[in-house]
Design a protein around this ligand. Structure first.
Ligand SMILES: [Zn+2]
Length: 154
């Protein structure tokens, strides 16, 4: 079976070094569209006492706590931002999220996909045992929009 989320949104600030106007700090409303999470069924893959598979609330909570109203700091720039904050106390939003690459939609979608897959694997540990280190292709699919007009799909 598939859990389907039509739309989830979060707001975040970021910058992309050496990328023209995108190297200045700016923000986006990110939208996750048509999120589909394949949930195993059959023997050993039952629902919880409440009749749930993966809780919708857990998925939306992930975006709320991990991404919403965060400043996506490049890991290599963490010291710089900490210094600015210590000296001036002025950074409108700051969080400890560290991204190895620049926070492009292409990089973010990989992190988000892995986190959503982990929610399914944590709910059904047997699934992880059954397939070993292999992942189920397309267990999680969605499009991440950066603003209204463009995005990336997995
Ligand atoms: Zn941007």
């Amino acid at each position: 079976m598939q859990l389907v989320f039509d739309q989830l949104t979060f707001e975040a600030a970021h910058y992309i070094p050496r990328c023209g106007k995108c190297s200045g700090i700016h923000g986006h409303t990110y939208t996750i569209k048509d999120l589909r999470m394949t949930i195993p069924t059959g023997e050993g893959f039952g629902l919880t006492e409440n009749g749930l598979s993966v809780d919708f609330a857990e998925v939306s909570n992930y975006f709320k706590t991990e991404w919403d109203h965060k400043f996506l700091i490049l890991r290599e720039d963490e010291e710089y931002w900490n210094h600015i904050y210590k000296e001036t106390g002025y950074i409108p939003v700051m969080d400890n999220r560290k991204i190895v690459w620049a926070s492009t939609a292409e990089a973010m979608i990989i992190i988000i996909k892995e986190a959503l897959e982990k929610i399914v694997y944590d709910r059904y540990p047997k699934l992880r045992d059954m397939i070993g280190v292999m992942k189920i292709p397309n267990m999680v699919s969605f499009t991440l929009y950066e603003g209204p007009n463009h995005g990336v799909s997995v």
